[in-house]
Design a protein around this ligand. Structure first.
Ligand code: MF3
Ligand code: CO
Length: 256
């Protein structure tokens, strides 16, 4: 029952979640044409030290993988999960950009992501993509509560996305989170309503809407970086969520 967090851990994740929400909203403002993608990384690292949190992704190296080079995951257009910002990669009008990151506060991680279109966007498919990723995230979050099977989330996510003529990724998934960035259970973006285990009060989970405009096949560009095989666009929306007695609490959301 390690995946059930106690009140102290929950409070730490709540605090970390607010910091992450604040950080991502600052980074979003930097997504303008002409911006070097590495500027976002520099700003992120500064904000982490100011807020006394650790950038969990930086140096992350599970099962023999090379160390992840940056604190941010940043993907542009057909780049998919686990890409990084790079010096000289300049954002331009119409780029579909995803920023995904994990921070650790007092030993507990929180993870969130968003996608947006940079500058002038005249492409309705790009708008549909980023809006559907966000809609799929919030509509599946509304299902969360104790006793709810993960398959209900996965199945609803797939239906919402496919009803728009878009696809979900099958090779990557949401996950539990806590002292490790990836914990039990796995939360796929597709499947049947009876798939997977049931949620329990006190679990902290990351729901990730991983959406693409074309075929769901993802190819590796390096050990970490991935790209949509058919050159379609990719978008992602993710929050860290606490399963409460009555439903859920979004931990990676700013105070209103
Ligand atoms: N939200 C991403 C995930 O759960 C964060 C990855 S960080 C990385 O996979 F270091 F693994 F890239
Ligand atoms: Co995640």
């Amino acid at each position: 029952m390690d995946f059930v967090k106690n009140a102290e851990d929950i409070n730490k994740m709540r605090h970390g979640g607010k910091i992450l929400a604040e950080t991502l909203s600052e980074l979003k403002k930097m997504l303008v044409p002409g911006r070097d993608s590495l500027d976002l990384e520099k700003e992120f690292i500064k904000m982490c030290s100011k807020n006394k949190v650790a950038p969990t992704c930086k140096g992350y190296s599970p099962h023999g993988m090379p160390e992840f080079p940056t604190g941010l995951c940043l993907s542009i257009n057909d780049q998919s999960v686990h890409c990084f910002p790079k010096k000289g990669v300049i954002l331009k009008d119409g780029d579909v950009v995803t920023v995904d990151t994990v921070i650790k506060y007092k030993g507990l991680n929180v993870d969130a992501a968003f996608s947006t279109v940079v500058g002038k966007n005249t492409n309705s498919l790009k708008s549909l993509l980023v809006n559907t990723a966000e809609k799929a995230l919030y509509e599946t979050i509304s299902e969360v509560g104790p006793g709810v099977r993960i398959g209900r989330i996965s199945n609803k996510m797939q239906k919402i996305v496919e009803s728009q003529g878009l696809n979900v990724l099958k090779d990557y998934a949401g996950h539990g989170i806590g002292s490790e960035m990836h914990e039990y259970p796995e939360i796929p973006c597709y499947g049947g309503v009876n798939d997977g285990p049931k949620l329990v009060e006190g679990m902290t989970i990351c729901i990730e809407a991983l959406v693409c405009t074309g075929d769901d096949i993802v190819v590796n560009e390096s050990e970490w970086e991935t790209r949509m095989a058919d050159g379609g666009y990719f978008a992602q929306a993710e929050h860290t969520i606490l399963v409460t007695k009555d439903g859920y609490e979004i931990l990676t959301r700013k105070d209103k």
